[in-house]
Each structure stands twice: as structure tokens, then as C-alpha cells.
Ligand binder design. Structure first.
Ligand code: BGC
Length: 756
């Protein structure tokens, strides 16, 4: 009896102690804040790019001297692009040992798909549809980055994008808000772990807030003008998912949204993020985005930009030096409030406390650990697992794949076949150049076959190597094609490794043409003239146009930019040591003219399906191209085959507070073990705002032995039916819904139910 009475009391004590530790941090922050001068507060809101080699003597350039003094005087809250234990320690020491209050610096870096050991680009990883693997990838990246002294990554990028012209699609999870939200949350959990104060975890950033992925015409940094419907139903859900997953920081974006540069957007940052969503971390600007508001024609001058940004909810200024220069003056003039400054600083200090930096500013700095963890086998092995699962088999006719392991003559052709750089992708920030395993190297590991090799078309250096290396695929010299043709003719199978050079996608890398760059198409077609047994292995950071390829080639393997062990993963798949199971996270268009292209489009008042009504004119279509993509969202093949049963519903109606189950039985009908991703789509047939023709609302990866079957069950409740309507509210409306379950967004396996 006594025990019974004690239980609620003990539970109460536990709750109290948890609250204590939370309010403990709040109390410490409050206490520290009360000791800070205005200058010191403003300093916390100031972030510098690494400006000199901190392990050397003090700098002598004028700008550098000012920055150096600011670090010493506690006027720098954060630095980016300072990495490696010795470098970070030197800066941290400078700040902690010289400044009045000894507040530690938080060190940020773009750990986007790995640090030194490179994981597949995020778009590729997303093709795995495997949340455990994606979380693990972020966890390993955090482990390696934190061992190099870093506390904070500017990832994940959770921008939904429907336009393959935009080079930054490689950094995100593709076009779908449901898949994008789950992947966003998995990445945050991976980076931050369950204990942020551990030296193996780092704070993460949801970026770019918001709608950067909708840059007009797919041109980077371009303007965005979208309505509330798209903003709330498509763009914002992944951001909200990161808040729910406990993300510590947000980064705003370069674009303006409906006339307001995101950096100064009160609605986004103050009303939604810090208001409705209760986000209690801090918002960092994008690189120089405060200053860019002058070019936007939104801020009169630098000082005005500072006023707009702070009022708009930006807490930290990345590389505009505007807060440090102007906030004091703005406060004196009454243009900004001290409460806004205090709130920004409170948020920043809080994250530093949570990282454990106040307990020990040097806790991430251990040379031994750096040595042991950087490039460790554990992390390298993890990249292979992720890379294997990222590959999407787009076509495989006549089972040309997997390749036979013996007595074959295999020609490996293409500018990317022996390239050890492209597979590292665009954000290989701390990786060594040319450190990936190439396809050629990995294929040579299989000794049973005879390998020949020709580049056919070479890579050319436009600008000498460096961070913003500009390499392209040769557009002036095609003399190599002749030799490539010779070896193709002589081979049993030709592997063409073609696509985009590693820096052809990414920031600032928009394209209007999504064909194979340079002379690669000519190389391919010339090769095809002498040998039709071609397997096309693609390396790219975005969807490409593959009509000719799909029509003519027996096999196409989408291998993206897969990171350090790219070649190993590709050869695993080509030889069938790994059965591919990836599914496209973005639609592959038939033509650039179709962009933006996405599976969850609106029906319109003049709908129609491809091929339907061929004689008619006045419906929503093109005269010269189909509406549908070449390869749809959610599509991908396997070396085995699967059958999916009709849908069975536990009931064909339900109401508020209830749910129904929708299930299918999936069987592996082929001869080898394989993975299928079963996808649930729902269509709201009639609503108070127009709804997409279907929307992904669930998925499950199923691993099956040959002959094995499993039942996959989805729970459908009112939450899944919710949408943001014309009255700017989240609602679930009664009515009839179609439900589809299959293995791509084009599945026709469907039934319907009523929500009352
Ligand atoms: C990018 C951000 C990145 C930042 C810092 C900017 O140009 O837009 O995504 O985090 O640079 O490197």
C-alpha cells in the first residue's frame, strides 16, 4: 500500500528533476546573460569564416587583425570552416583565455555527406528510403567531424525541390514532403544523437528556411513566389519535422519569398518557427545573406540590413559583419530592442551549454581521438553500406545484369570510369581530392574477367584545382572516341560510366540542359553502333534526360555520386554481390520543358492521362511531349521480381479518433533475395482546397528471400488526411479517398474508403 502511494510521488520527483536539468541550463544562461555587456552580447551574434592559420603567429593584415582582436575580446560567438583539433584549439584558446567571460566559440562546418570520409550525396542516400541507414550515415559523419573538433554542422538541407535544373537538388531528399520529413528527422537524430553533450555528436541545422528549392527557373539564388498552399503543404513540413526531432539550429536562405528576403522574414522566423512551432534554438543567416538584402533592393544599406534581419528573427550573422558593426547603433536609435538581442544571445548560449562547451570548451579536442577516428574502418565501411543501398536500377532488359564473373571481356569506357574525384560529389569539404575508389579499380578486383579500358572523352580543367574547382567534360576534343569504339567492339559487355563531373551539381551549378555533358552522348552512340550490350552507369547529382538511353540500352544503373567507396558499391551491384533496391526520390523528366515536374501534382480542370484523347487539344498537356516523367518518383528495379496483392482494408470507412488498416501481401517471385519498398499513396477526391492526385503517406522496406511473402500493413488515421486549406488552417475533411499501394508513384493498385 505504501509503495502504491509512493509511485506517483517518485514519478513526480523524476519529472521535477528532468525539468530541473532543462531549467538548469536556462538558469545558467540567464545568469551569464546578466553579466554580459552589450558588446559581448552582440559578439555572440557574430560568426566569422576562418581567417588565418591560428596555429601560427598572430595575423598582420588589417581585417584579420580586427577579427583576431574580436576573438580575443569575446566578440565572436561562432566560427565556420575552422577544422582539425589543433586549429580549433588555437581559436578556442584565444577566445576562452583572453576574453572577460571566457565564453567558448561554437565551430560550424558543412558536414553534408561526410567529413573526410565521404558518404553518398544526400539525394542518393534518400534513394535508399531506409531511415536507419540514413540516420547511421549522419551519426558516422558526426563522429568523424566531432573528432576533428567540430560542434555543429550546417545540415540537413531539407529543401523540397521539383526542378532538376537547380544544382542543389543533390543536397536534399528530393521532391516529396512526406519522405523528406522522415529523412530530415533521421538526419537530425543521426547528427545529434540522444546526448548532444557527448563528444561524438554535433548540433545540426535545418536549412534553408524557406522555399529555396523553389528558386524560379531552377536558377540558384533566384526569387521564389509561391502561395500559402504550397508553402504549408509542401515546403514547411520537413522543417517542422526537424523541430519535432529536436534540431538545434536553423539557417535561413538567400532567396526572397513572396517579396521578402528570407533573412528578414518575420512571418517565417518569428511567427511560424519561433512562434507556432516553439523552436528554442537559434537561427543563423546564410553566408552574407544580411548584406545581400541590399542587392535584393530590400535594405537601403548595411545598417538597415541589420535592422531588418534582427527584427525578422535572424539570431546570428554569418559573414556579413553587420551585427557586430551596427546593432549597438540600431539599439541606440530604437530601431531594434534589447529584448530581441537578449533573446538571440540566450538561444545561442543555450546551444553551447547543451553541447557541453561550458563544462569543457576543449571537450571535442583530443588529438588521439582525431587520429583514431578520422578515416577509420568503421566509418569507411558505413559509407559502403549506404552506397549499396543508394543505387537505383533503372533498366535491366534480358537480364544483362548481373554480369557473369568469369570468361567475359568487359570494356569499361567513359570519362568517369577511372575518375576518383567525381564520386566524392560537391560537398567533399575535408576529403582528399581523388580519394574515391573508381569503377575501374573496383571492377579490376574481380579477376575472372578480362577488363579493357578507354576514357573516350576526357575531363578538362577549366580553373586549376581548389575548393571551387571547375572541371568539365571535354567539349572540344573527341579524338578518344575512336579508340573507345575499338575496345567496345571487341567486348562481350560494355560498361559506360558517364554523367556529371562531381562539381557539375551543387551550389551555383544550375543547368538548362540535362543531357549528358560534353561529347559523352556521342561516345555512347558511337559505342552502341559496334556493340549493343551496353550497361550505362550514371554518376550525377540530379535527374538527367535519358530518353535515348531508355529506348536503346539494355541496362541503366543510377549510381549518383556515391562517396569514398563508390566504385566498390557499383561493382557489387554490377556483379550481383548486392541486389539493388533503391527507389527514385525525384521524378526523371523526359524533357527540360516539363520542369518543374513532380508526381503529386494537381488534377486541374482539364486533366487527362498520357496518350488519352490524342485527337483533342484543349486539355492540360504539351503538343510535343507526354506529361508523365520517364522514370517516376518511387521507381526502381531489382534483380528479382515481386508481386504485390490487391489492397485489403479492415473497413472502408472510419471517423475521427478511429483508424483503419490497409494491407497487401508482397512476394519475392524471383530467384534471389531482394528488397522492395512498398509505398502507400492517398488521394483526397474532393476538398475545400484542391488536393494532389496522390500523396505518399507511408512506406516500408521489405527484405524477402526467394519465394518468401510478407504482409505489409499501414494504419490510416485522420492525421494522414490532414492538409492546409484555403482558410490557412490544418484540417481533415470528411469525404471519399482513394488509396494506392504499390512499388512506385504510378501504381494502379487501388481502392477507396470514406472518412466521416
Ligand atoms: C550555403 C550554405 C552553407 C554556407 C556555409 C552557403 O553558400 O548556401 O548551405 O551552409 O554557405 O558554407
Amino acid at each position: 500500500e505504501i509503495m502504491k502511494n509512493l509511485i506517483p510521488f517518485i514519478a513526480y520527483l523524476i519529472v521535477l528533476s528532468c525539468q530541473n536539468s532543462k531549467s538548469d541550463v536556462d538558469l545558467k544562461v540567464k545568469n551569464l546573460l546578466s553579466q554580459m555587456t552589450l558588446e559581448e552580447k552582440i559578439g555572440q551574434m557574430n560568426q566569422y569564416n576562418g581567417f588565418y592559420d591560428a596555429t601560427g603567429p598572430a595575423p598582420d593584415g588589417e581585417d584579420q587583425k580586427i577579427k583576431y582582436e574580436n576573438v580575443k575580446n569575446g566578440l565572436v560567438g561562432s566560427m565556420l570552416n575552422v577544422r582539425g583539433v589543433d586549429e580549433v584549439r588555437a581559436f578556442q584558446k584565444l577566445a576562452v583565455e583572453n576574453s572577460r567571460l571566457g565564453i567558448p566559440i561554437i565551430f560550424g562546418f558543412d558536414v553534408i555527406h561526410g567529413y573526410k570520409t565521404v558518404f553518398p550525396i544526400p539525394l542518393a542516400e534518400s534513394a535508399s528510403w531506409d531511415l536507419d541507414i540514413i540516420e547511421m550515415s549522419a551519426k558516422m559523419s558526426a563522429k568523424e567531424a566531432s573528432a576533428a573538433g567540430l560542434n555543429w554542422t550546417f545540415a540537413p538541407m531539407v529543401d523540397i525541390s521539383r526542378d532538376a535544373r537547380w544544382g542543389r537538388v543533390m543536397e536534399g531528399a528530393g521532391e516529396d514532403p512526406y519522405l523528406g520529413s522522415l529523412i530530415a528527422a533521421a538526419r537530425v537524430k543521426g547528427f545529434q544523437g540522444s546526448d548532444l553533450s557527448s563528444y561524438e555528436t554535433i548540433a545540426s541545422t535545418a536549412k534553408h528556411f524557406a522555399a529555396y528549392g523553389f528558386s524560379e527557373s531552377g536558377r540558384d539564388y533566384n526569387t521564389v513566389d509561391i502561395g500559402m498552399n504550397t508553402l504549408h503543404n509542401i515546403v514547411l513540413p520537413p522543417f517542422k519535422a526537424t523541430v519535432d526531432a529536436g534540431v538545434k539550429t536553423f539557417m535561413n536562405s538567400f532567396n526572397d519569398l513572396n517579396g521578402i528576403p528570407a533573412t528578414a522574414d518575420k512571418y517565417l522566423q518569428r511567427e511560424i518557427l519561433k512562434g507556432d512551432w516553439n523552436f528554442d534554438g537559434f537561427v543563423v543567416s546564410d553566408w552574407g545573406s544580411l548584406r545581400e538584402m541590399i542587392d535584393h533592393g530590400f535594405a537601403r544599406d548595411r545598417k538597415h540590413a541589420g535592422e531588418l534581419a534582427l527584427n525578422g528573427g535572424s539570431d546570428m550573422d554569418m559573414e556579413s559583419y553587420i551585427y557586430i558593426d551596427h546593432i549597438k547603433e540600431l539599439l541606440d536609435e530604437g530601431k531594434v530592442k534589447i529584448s530581441q538581442i537578449d533573446d538571440a544571445v540566450r538561444r545561442i548560449l543555450k546551444v553551447k551549454y547543451e553541447l557541453g562547451l561550458f563544462d569543457d570548451p576543449y571537450k571535442y579536442l583530443d588529438n588521439e581521438r582525431e587520429k583514431n577516428i578520422t578515416g577509420s574502418k568503421e566509418i569507411l565501411d558505413a559509407t559502403l553500406e549506404v552506397a549499396n543501398h543508394s543505387i537505383v536500377l533503372l533498366k535491366n532488359e534480358g537480364n544483362i545484369l548481373p554480369l557473369k564473373k568469369n570468361d567475359q571481356k568487359i570494356a569499361i569506357i567513359g570519362p568517369l570510369a577511372d575518375d576518383k574525384n567525381s564520386p566524392l560529389g560537391n560537398w567533399r569539404t575535408a576529403a582528399e581530392n581523388n580519394s574515391a575508389v573508381s569503377v575501374l579499380e573496383a571492377m579490376r578486383e574481380y579477376k575472372g574477367n578480362k577488363i579493357s579500358h578507354a576514357k573516350g572523352v576526357k575531363l578538362v580543367n577549366k580553373i586549376p584545382a581548389g575548393f571551387h574547382e571547375e572541371v568539365s567534360i571535354n567539349e572540344t576534343d573527341k579524338t578518344g572516341i575512336l579508340n573507345a569504339k575499338k575496345i567496345a567492339k571487341d567486348a562481350d559487355v560494355v560498361i559506360m560510366v558517364l554523367g556529371e563531373y562531381g562539381f557539375q551539381s551543387g551550389e551555383g551549378r544550375s543547368r538548362t540542359n540535362l543531357d549528358l555533358p560534353g561529347f559523352q552522348q556521342e561516345l555512347l552512340e558511337e559505342g552502341y553502333k559496334v556493340n549493343k550490350n551496353i550497361v550505362l552507369v550514371l554518376m550525377n547529382g540530379r535527374p538527367l534526360i535519358l530518353n535515348w538511353h531508355n529506348e536503346n540500352l539494355p541496362a541503366i544503373v543510377e549510381a549518383w555520386h556515391l562517396g569514398s567507396l563508390s566504385g566498390t558499391a557499383i561493382s557489387n551491384v554490377l556483379y550481383g554481390d548486392f541486389n539493388p533496391g533503391g527507389k527514385l526520390p525525384m521524378s526523371f523528366p523526359r524533357s527540360v520543358g516539363q520542369l518543374p515536374l513532380y508526381y503529386n501534382y494537381k488534377s486541374t480542370g482539364r486533366p487527362g492521362a498520357d496518350g488519352e484523347d490524342a485527337g483533342s487539344v484543349f486539355w492540360s498537356h504539351y503538343q510535343d511531349e507526354l506529361n508523365s516523367p520517364l522514370y517516376p518518383f518511387g521507381y526502381g528495379l531489382s534483380y528479382t521480381t515481386f508481386s504485390i496483392s490487391e489492397i485489403s482494408l479492415s473497413s472502408d470507412e472510419f471517423s475521427n479518433g478511429e483508424s483503419i488498416n490497409a494491407s497487401v501481401s508482397v512476394s519475392n517471385t524471383g530467384n534471389i533475395k531482394g528488397r522492395e519498398v512498398i509505398q502507400l499513396y492517398i488521394q483526397d477526391k474532393f476538398a475545400s482546397a484542391t488536393r494532389p492526385v496522390r500523396e505518399l503517406k507511408g512506406f516500408e522496406t521489405v527484405d524477402l528471400e526467394p519465394g518468401e511473402s510478407k504482409t505489409v500493413e499501414f494504419i490510416i488515421n485522420e492525421k494522414l488526411l490532414e492538409f492546409y486549406n484555403g482558410d490557412n488552417k490544418w484540417v481533415t475533411e470528411p469525404g471519399e479517398f482513394n488509396v494506392f499501394i504499390g512499388n512506385s508513384s504510378q501504381t494502379t493498385n487501388s481502392t477507396s474508403f470514406n472518412f466521416r
